[in-house]
Write a protein that binds this ligand. Structure first.
Ligand SMILES: Cc1ncc(C[n+]2csc(CCOP(=O)(O)OP(=O)(O)O)c2C)c(N)n1
Ligand SMILES: [Mg+2]
Length: 1012
């Protein structure tokens, strides 16, 4: 039976050109195989076959225009055999095997990794309101207690919900509160007990505390300028230790590893532990913050500087929380795409309470809940202080965060009070203790811990006779000992245990601690704690005594580190715990296999002329990606990331082809389901459609770009954004991505100050390349023609993903349509494209006067046009150079210049720019659609007169022609400036320039665009 394959519904488009035939007559094809590619003026889309069988006749050819319903081909079949083979999944199985194999290493660590059983959450939320009838209240509460006792928490929860619903229906407006009282979320009866040896764990913790403080103090004694922080880790030591001893499973040959984002300022604590573990030695501790010589320890977590240790840069506050959320989401993405196994790995992120002020810290928590990221655990260390003083002196940061996170759909576990409070709370029959806890604000809580037990008795318990009475039998010392939850390993263990078992939502553990815990008068709970980096002898003695560190007075005076013997119970314990948990954390390794770069000919169709056909480089890029999706090595590893701009970039064809990742699949029939580019969400979808969220998209890019180390699978993220909303918007993330050694592509689409004609000041980018140049491992390019883009992109794939270079690419593409020429045959062209410039054209008819034109991006075309005018109307010759990257040229120039200066006796080397331009004739005029600074970068490396044009100033909306005229980068200005430069160089008379100014009506009194 013969089937007819027709052009499906392609939306609003008609008469769309066929640009590729992907099958031949006689070929066997399967359902969903692409058969032709069609291209409108905005996007190209593959049309898949809706049948399996043999292609009998192809009814269209390249160049034909087709519309919905037109006949494409006829197919005989369907073939039973082929239909069956359709069921074979893509390449998934191989990828799983590869990912598993890459984890096979370190045989001795083949230990059983503890798996956390899962548990459904159950809890009742109590709402505290004013009480006008205590008797009635008691009756209700007693009834509730009966229900809990008889039928359990779930039944009680149900009844309360029903009561609330009923009250709403009766018209009562009950304000919903997300807050519970200021006590621990987990009742004592439900606390899971740790199996650890508490005494030994305390001793280990004390040594870590001591060594962490000692390394900061020692460094500052030597070099007071070095800085460092003691107070942050001092407050968080227990939070880390419980995780390290019991929860965080390392990567090894059996398991992919939990991922822990450490709070940046607590780095000394991680080094101090690694010292006890035998991973760092004393000399290294003594090189804390002295990283210039090899072997130093970085101030904060920086994978770039300690690539075998740190995994995640977190010290710029607010980045860690977002990066962790998107990491957890990306982990699920890899699992749902079948690229890694679901091993129950977790992402833990440690954050400061002050850090939660950052909009980024809270900005993505909704996504975490929406995506049901139960692999994510935040631990917020609420020491109630940030750098200058209290986080919320007049309020309660813990309650505020509880409300925000619970409102967003997180599982919230508050760890406020330590075990010493348990009996007091149990005896609080009148509720006055909880009342006092609720009423006391953070400023008071902080002040109390800066004083002593007597002060706490007076200011806290003294508020009500009932609370005074509660502690009447306690000494001031006992009162002082009443600990905060975050310093109690039992409470922390119980919280982590619950967090690890939570299903269906992310968890936040909100722990109350004391900033500078144990630092005494020098820095405990005082406003200056954060910056305390020096402890005098008295403080050190206090610190030693407080934590029973076995050092003599003399050793304390010498600020000696303390490391027990290898065979001591402490060292054995610490190592045994980590062995049980599979290895050390943090540790950065990679076992990912490279991805073979696609064959060179995969981009051949971008090396031929497009003839009359006009196309933007954005569209060329999308075409290229479509080609890449046909390469079996590359296709499954591509991670296209788009912040709600797929249609702007003509990428809607990707929706159907590879699907949009949605962990819930698609629960609805999309409105455009009948169309070829219908909005297809699926669990195994490949596109990360991030919504209007550049910071989130960048976080996804970093997660995918570091997949090779965090998941041992090399992936190729391609994040396409409006170039103006790139570095400018998320610059700090880009810097962190670079530090993380992310590999992948950032595409600044619709780039340039004058290509995005109508969009105006906030959209027109004239500086993203300057920003890109500030990142040392970023390679940035501003190509004009499709073949340049293809050469650059393929080289990026080869260098990053095949050769595993830790660089990333920033490429600008534009939305201006124009024809693209054939790639010059000259062999050096490809090398020039990659190095940053090559000669693209030469006008050499008159051999009298010459000028060198250097053009980049869209302005290269204006230069070619200007050169034509000069040749035709003024008999001036020129050489035109396509500059694909001023940044790369400068990079080379810098290096060569440095070499020459450091080797004065050797023959000077020549920069690439000098090699290209040194022997050419005439002055140089360079221009791009970016600020002059972009092209000025190479000015020092060429020994010739150099002038530049650019788009300095605010953008504004108008036509491209008007904008180029305004910024003086159109062909008329290029011609005029060219003539003027030649006059200045005394190569022609100035009258030509004057004439041109008149002819092109150039207003010489117009102020610089920067002033307009
Ligand atoms: C984006 C950013 N802004 C400012 C800082 C400077 N800074 C370092 S630590 C700190 C206070 C941190 O307070 P908190 O988050 O509560 O951490 P804690 O040390 O109290 O645990 C500040 C403002 C920074 N590191 N990053
Ligand atoms: Mg804090």
């Amino acid at each position: 039976m013969t089937e007819k394959l027709l052009v499906p519904d392609i939306g609003d488009f008609e008469n769309v050109e066929v640009i590729e035939l992907l099958v031949e007559e006689g070929q066997e094809i399967k359902k969903n195989d692409p058969v032709v590619t069609i291209e409108s003026d905005k996007s190209s889309v593959e049309i898949p076959s809706t049948f399996s069988g043999k292609v009998e006749n192809i009814e269209v050819k390249v160049g034909d225009k087709v519309s919905k319903g037109d006949l494409l081909l006829s197919i005989s079949g369907p073939d039973e055999k082929l239909s069956k083979s359709e069921e074979v999944p893509k390449n998934t199985e191989n990828l799983i095997i590869e990912a598993e194999n890459s984890l096979k290493k370190n045989k001795e660590q083949e230990k059983q990794i503890p798996k956390f059983e899962k548990e459904k959450p159950s809890k009742i939320e109590v709402v505290n309101e004013g009480d006008i009838d205590p008797l009635e209240t008691r009756e209700w509460l007693e009834s509730l207690s009966d229900v809990i006792e008889k039928d359990g928490n779930h039944r009680a929860h149900y009844l309360i919900k029903e009561l609330i619903n009923k009250a709403y229906m009766e018209g009562a407006n009950i304000p919903y509160t997300q807050n519970t009282p200021y006590i621990n979320t987990i009742p004592v009866s439900e606390e899971k007990k740790s199996s650890g040896d508490q005494n030994i764990e305390r001793r280990i913790r004390s040594l870590i505390r001591w060594n962490a403080a000692a390394m900061v103090v020692r460094a500052n004694k030597k070099f007071p300028e070095l800085g460092g922080h003691i107070g942050t880790f001092a407050s968080a030591a227990t939070l880390y230790d419980v995780g390290m001893n019991h929860f965080w499973r390392a990567k090894n040959n059996k398991f992919g590893g939990d991922l822990v984002y450490f709070q940046g300022h607590s780095a000394p604590g991680m080094y101090a532990r690694a010292f006890l573990e035998g991973r760092l030695n004393e000399k290294q501790l003594d090189s804390f913050r002295q990283e210039v010589k090899p072997g130093g320890l970085s101030s904060y977590p920086h994978p770039w500087l300690m690539p075998n240790f740190w995994q995640f840069p977190t010290v710029s506050m607010g980045l860690g929380p977002m990066l962790a959320i998107y990491q957890a989401r990306y982990m699920k993405y890899l699992i749902n795409r079948g690229l890694i196994k679901d091993e129950g790995r977790k992402v833990w992120a440690f954050l400061g309470d002050g850090e939660m002020d950052e909009p980024e810290s809270l900005g993505a928590i909704g996504l975490a809940a929406r995506e049901n990221l139960d692999n994510l655990i935040f631990v917020i260390n609420c020491n109630l202080q940030r750098l200058d003083g209290p986080v919320r002196g007049n309020g309660k940061i813990i309650q505020e965060l509880e409300g925000i996170f619970r409102g967003a759909g997180w599982n919230v576990i508050k760890v406020i009070w330590g075990s010493y409070w348990d009996s007091l709370l149990a005896n609080d029959k009148t509720g006055h203790l909880i009342k006092t806890m609720n009423e006391t604000v953070d400023g008071e809580y902080q002040a109390m811990k800066a004083r002593d037990g007597a002060y706490v008795r007076e200011k806290f318990f003294g508020k009500y006779p009932e609370t005074s009475e509660l502690v009447s039998s306690l000494s001031d010392k006992d009162i002082w000992r009443l600990n905060r939850g975050g310093h109690d390993p039992h409470k922390v263990f119980a919280a982590y245990d619950k967090a690890s078992k939570n299903v269906g939502s992310p968890t936040v553990v909100i722990a109350k601690t004391i900033k500078g815990y144990g630092m005494g008068k020098s820095g405990e709970s005082v406003n200056t704690t954060h910056q305390t980096k020096k402890l005098d002898v008295e403080d050190l003695m206090y610190y030693r005594d407080r934590f029973d560190v076995p050092l003599t007075d003399q050793q304390v005076k010498n600020i000696e580190y303390y490391k027990p013997d290898q065979n001591s119970p402490e060292i054995k314990y610490i190592k045994e715990r980590r062995l049980q948990l599979g290895g050390f954390i943090p540790e950065r390794t990679t076992y990912a296999k490279p991805i073979k770069a696609p064959p060179k000919d995969i981009f051949d169709n971008m090396k031929v002329s497009t003839g009359e056909k006009e196309m933007s480089t954005t569209m060329a890029l999308v075409r290229m990606l479509t080609n890449l999706l046909r390469d079996k090595n590359v296709a499954p590893r591509l991670v296209p990331i788009i912040p709600d701009e797929a249609r702007t970039f003509g990428m809607e064809g990707f929706f159907q082809k590879i699907g949009i990742y949605a962990h819930e699949g698609q629960k609805y029939e999309p409105e455009d389901f009948a169309q070829l580019s219908s909005y297809k969400e699926e669990k195994s979808g490949q596109v990360l459609e991030e919504g209007i969220n550049e910071a989130g998209a960048m976080s996804s890019w970093i997660a995918a770009g570091t997949s090779y180390t965090n998941h041992d699978i090399e992936m190729i993220p391609i994040y396409l954004f409006y170039s103006m909303f790139g570095f400018q918007r998320i610059g700090d993330f880009a810097w962190a991505g670079a530090d993380s050694q992310s590999r992948g592509f950032l595409i600044g689409a619709t780039a340039g100050r004058t290509t995005l004609a109508g969009e105006g000041l906030q959209h027109q980018d004239g500086h993203s390349h300057i920003m890109a140049s500030t990142i040392p491992n970023c390679r940035s390019y501003d190509p004009t023609f499709h073949y340049e883009l293809a050469v650059i992109f393929r080289e990026g794939l080869r260098r990053m993903h095949e050769k595993k270079e830790n660089i990333f690419y920033y490429i600008t593409t534009m939305n201006e349509n124009y024809p693209h020429p054939e790639m010059p045959k000259d062999k050096s062209c490809e090398e020039g494209i990659l190095k940053g410039m090559y000669k693209i054209k030469e006008f050499n008819k008159y051999k009298k006067t010459k000028i060198q034109f250097l053009g980049s991006g869209t302005i290269l075309r204006e230069m070619i046009a200007g050169a034509e005018i000069l040749q035709n109307e003024y008999q001036i010759d020129s050489e035109i150079w396509s500059v694909t990257s001023f940044n790369e040229l400068r990079r080379d120039g810098l290096e060569v210049e440095r070499y020459n200066l450091l080797n004065p006796d050797k023959e000077p080397k020549k920069s690439y720019v000098e090699k290209c331009l040194g022997n050419t004739e005439g002055p140089i005029l360079a221009a791009s659609d970016y600020m002059r600074m972009n092209s000025d970068q190479i000015r020092p490396y060429v020994n010739k007169s150099f002038y530049s044009l650019g788009t300095d100033g605010f953008g504004r909306s108008d036509t491209r022609k008007e904008l180029r005229k305004f910024f003086e980068v159109d062909k008329e200005h290029i011609t005029t400036y060219g003539l003027s430069i030649l006059a200045k160089e005394q190569l022609i008379a100035s009258k030509y320039a004057k004439e041109a100014i008149k002819k092109y009506k150039i207003d010489t009194d117009k102020p610089m665009p920067t002033k307009l």
